[in-house]
Write a protein of this length. Sequence first.
Length: 223
Amino acid sequence: MRPMGDSAVLMEWTGIPEELARRKARAVAAHLERQAPDGLRDWTLGARSLLVVHDPARFDEAALAREAAIWENDFAAVPEGALHEIPVCYGGAGGIDLEELAAERGLAPAEFAERHSAAEYRVAFLGFSPGFGYLTGMPSALASPRLPAPRVHVPWGSVAIGGEYTGIYPSSGPGGWRLIGRTPAVLFDPGQSLPALLSPGDRVRFVAIEEWKFAAMVSEGRR
């Protein structure tokens, strides 16, 4: 644990596998969600960390450290995440990097897409932009480094690969991940009570769709 200014503390789990670190962070977060300590304002999960924001006049960081040492091993307290089936149109204008990534591995683009959609993913954490989930569980053979320089414009709904993660751009903007497809799904809607579709711990399965179906779903307002 280390302070982040006078009103936050960062809890990090180092020296252990990242997946175990995330489980420990989620276990502590689950207890904070169940019964918020006095002075707790917010918390945010990271790749292997948990940021706790608080009112320094009312929050007891020492008590949090003592409780977290117990909570971090209570994996039963972590709720099973929701399962999201997300349609993806692989390749084409929405997946301009798919052919290159497939060729680098000696695969046909369709086979690369099939391997990507065959896996079940887990939302590790949200970051980069509102609603952007970093998804683990991708076959290691599909991993690819980010672009040397980010693109100025990446369309909303772009399904991409960045290192060992895969993810979806909820909104248009710059980005350096490799684009393999596009989804009409809405990943972030500020008008909803829960704006982000994905939450840490949720599961994701990608379902391949044809280009005409992608266009139809967008025109129907189902993006």
